[in-house]
Each structure stands twice: as C-alpha cells, then as structure tokens.
Ligand binder design. Structure first.
Ligand code: SAM
Ligand code: SF4
Length: 351
C-alpha cells in the first residue's frame, strides 16, 4: 500500500503550474495539518491499514517545504507503526524553502528521499518560469541534503520551452550530474488551462527531436529511463507503485486515493477541505477503465502489463506491435520499447 500526502501551499506560483497549490493560504497551515489528521484516521479504517503495510510515503504539493518539520510530527507519529521497515519516504521540496534546518528536521522524522523542484540551472529560464530560487540555491540545497545523509536525491527539470537551446539544456544536464543525485524527473513543458502560460502558449516548443536528444543525454550519463519522465540509478518505489496499480491512500486537499476498483477524491478547495476533510467523492471504475489504465501506465513505464487483461482481438494487435518491434513480450507481459509512443500504442491496442 502507498500513502500520498498533499501540501497545497507555495511561496510563489510558477507560470506553468496547474497543481492544487496557493500562495495566499499560509495562515491556514495549522488548521490544515489538523484536518489531515482527521482524514488520515478515517482513511486508515477504510483501507484497513495494518502494521508495517505502508511501503511508500510521498509528500507532494504544492511545496512540502512550506511546512516546518515540527508541523509534520503528529502525522509521522501516527503513521510510523504502519510503515514497512524498508519504507521509501519521499518529500518534494523547493530549493528556496528547503533550508538546512528543514532538511535536517525531515531527515530526523525518517524521510529518506528528497525530490527538488529545480527546473533549470539557467537564471533567465528560471525567471521565465517564475521560479523564486536561483541556480546556487538549488545546488546548495542538494549539497546540504547529501551532507545530512539522505541516500536518495532527485531533481526535476523542465525542457521544451521557447528559450531552450542545445547549449542551455546541456548545461542543465551537466550541472545536474555534477550534484550528488541518483534520479532525475525531466518534464516536457505542457500548457495547462488556468496558468499564466495559458495566455501565451507559444512559450512551449514541442520539438520531438529535441526531446529525444534530451532524454538520450540523460541516459548516456548512466541514468536509465524507467518511465517517460523518470531516470535514475535508483527507481522510485512510490512511482512504480502507481504504475503497478497498487492501492494508495490520498490525504490532503485535492488528493486522490485508490482501493481495488474505487477512487476517492477529497475537496480541492482548501477552506472547504479544512471544514470537512471527510467530504469525499467516490468514483467506481468499470473493468474497461481499469484495463485501459493498466495498459497506458504499463506502456509509459518499464512495468509493462499482463497479457491476461487483453481480449482475443487486442492480443492480435499486440502481436502485430511485437512484429513491428514497437513492444516486446516476455513472461506473459508486454513491454514498451519507446515510452514516447505510449499514448499511440495504447490507442492502437484498445480501439
Ligand atoms: C509539485 S511540483 C514539485 C515541488 C515543488 N512545488 C517545486 O516546484 O519545487 C512537481 C513538478 O512538476 C513539474 N511540472 C508541474 N507543472 C508542469 C508543466 N505544466 N509542465 C511541465 N512540468 C511541470 C515541475 O517540474 C515540478 O517540479
Ligand atoms: S511548480 Fe511547485 S512551486 Fe511552482 S507553483 Fe507548482 S507546486 Fe508551487
């Protein structure tokens, strides 16, 4: 079982970001952290969580480093008996608020993996994205995390913006690899409704050959691709858990949970969530939805998917893709040879 905790606070809003995150709600932090405890208790009952059964915890956002380590203490006190001995405990962090003190506090609580929202090491690009940190903030935060003793460190990069040149992207990759990380998430800029960039969609340059080149440059330096946007010598167990279709608890405003064939949605309005953290919308998934998701998630990653979920017709289509060398088959599972083609391949098999 996986556990996700959502923190909806940010110090500034990035021009590309449509995540459930707000810059003007910091005064609600205390009330929010109390509300998550109410939902957490209730979800533990719904999911019948037993001792040592939580394999991974991921604290995401928003910006988890907007909440002090001390404020997370009741949450960790509650969940610790339920964590597996070797649980992966990750948090996202923004380089400007992940101070040495914050990182040390999170480490002391048991966090063993930090994923930094770096995006770029180029000052102009950071400004364009409306990030509020500098390249040296990012380098310092990652170095601090290493010195504190975190084993697993990751950073996020964004590519596919209008100011990207080969030289700029190469500098981003080389700087990333000069740091003590074992994982990179590299996202192609997507234009999302409701963001600042939605007014100027030309800031995104969807250049397939550049994307292909960028990914190869990361792989060339020894970080294996295990999903369309994820690379490393370490593969995040939490990410893999989603693609393997494991059950997950989702706690916090706008978080989503999943149990067997049902999804649970909390309220994404932070005020409303605090008022009633147990107001949860339930969505029942049908067999078709589940099958299509298993195929897409399996093809976007090295998890693959089982032959047993396909109909006779779909197996024939999959066979055709094997002959075309688009996918491979072993141990009764199909695996994608090129994650960039996952959407098209899923559509081909399922339509
Ligand atoms: C929740 S944020 C990470 C943590 C923290 N809030 C931060 O930004 O430093 C998750 C990541 O998603 C990526 N992301 C968000 N919106 C995106 C978009 N529209 N296009 C590409 N990447 C995006 C960014 O790389 C970001 O670091
Ligand atoms: S990318 Fe991260 S810091 Fe920027 S607005 Fe989104 S959640 Fe906040």
């Amino acid at each position: 079982m996986l556990l996700y905790l959502h923190i909806p606070f940010c110090d500034s809003k990035c021009h590309y970001c449509a995540f459930n995150s707000y810059t003007h709600l910091h005064h609600l932090r205390k009330a929010y952290m109390s509300a998550i405890m109410i939902q957490l208790e209730s979800e533990f009952e719904r999911f019948e969580v037993t001792k040592n059964s939580i394999e991974t915890l991921f604290i995401g956002g928003g910006t988890p480093s907007c909440v002090s380590a001390q404020e997370y203490k009741p949450f960790f006190d509650f969940i610790s008996p339920f964590l597996a001995a070797d649980a992966e405990i990750s948090t996202e962090a923004n380089p400007n608020s992940a101070t040495f003190t914050w990182l040390q506090g999170m480490y002391d609580l048991g966090v063993n993996r930090v994923s930094f929202g770096v995006q770029s090491f180029n000052v102009e690009k950071l400004k364009r994205l409306n990030r509020n940190h500098t390249p040296s903030d990012a380098r310092q935060a990652i170095q601090n995390a290493k010195n504190i003793g975190f084993k697993n460190l990751s950073l996020d990069l964004i590519y596919g913006t209008d100011i990207d040149t080969q030289a700029l992207l190469l500098h981003d990759i080389e700087t990333a690899f000069s740091l003590p990380i074992n994982h990179i998430s590299a996202y192609s800029l997507t234009i999302e409704e409701g963001t600042k960039f939605f007014e100027t969609p030309e800031v995104a340059h969807d250049d397939e050959s550049q994307a292909f080149w960028f990914v190869k440059e990361i792989e060339k330096r020894g970080f294996q691709s295990y999903e369309i946007s994820n690379f490393g010598t370490y593969q995040s167990k939490h990410n893999r858990g989603y693609w393997e279709y494991k059950d997950y608890l989702g706690v916090g405003s706008g978080a989503v949970g999943f149990l067997k064939d049902t999804r649970f949605y909390t309220q994404s309005d932070v005020h409303a969530y605090i008022k009633d953290p147990l107001n949860i919308t339930i969505e029942a998934l049908n067999e078709e939805d589940i099958k299509n998701e298993k195929i897409l998630l399996g093809l976007r990653s090295n998890v693959g998917f089982s032959e047993s979920i396909l109909s006779h017709d779909e197996r024939q289509k999959a066979q055709h893709l094997i002959e075309e060398k688009k996918i491979t088959y072993h141990d009764k599972r199909y695996y994608n040879n090129d994650f960039f083609l996952s959407d098209e391949l899923t559509l081909y098999i399922t339509s």
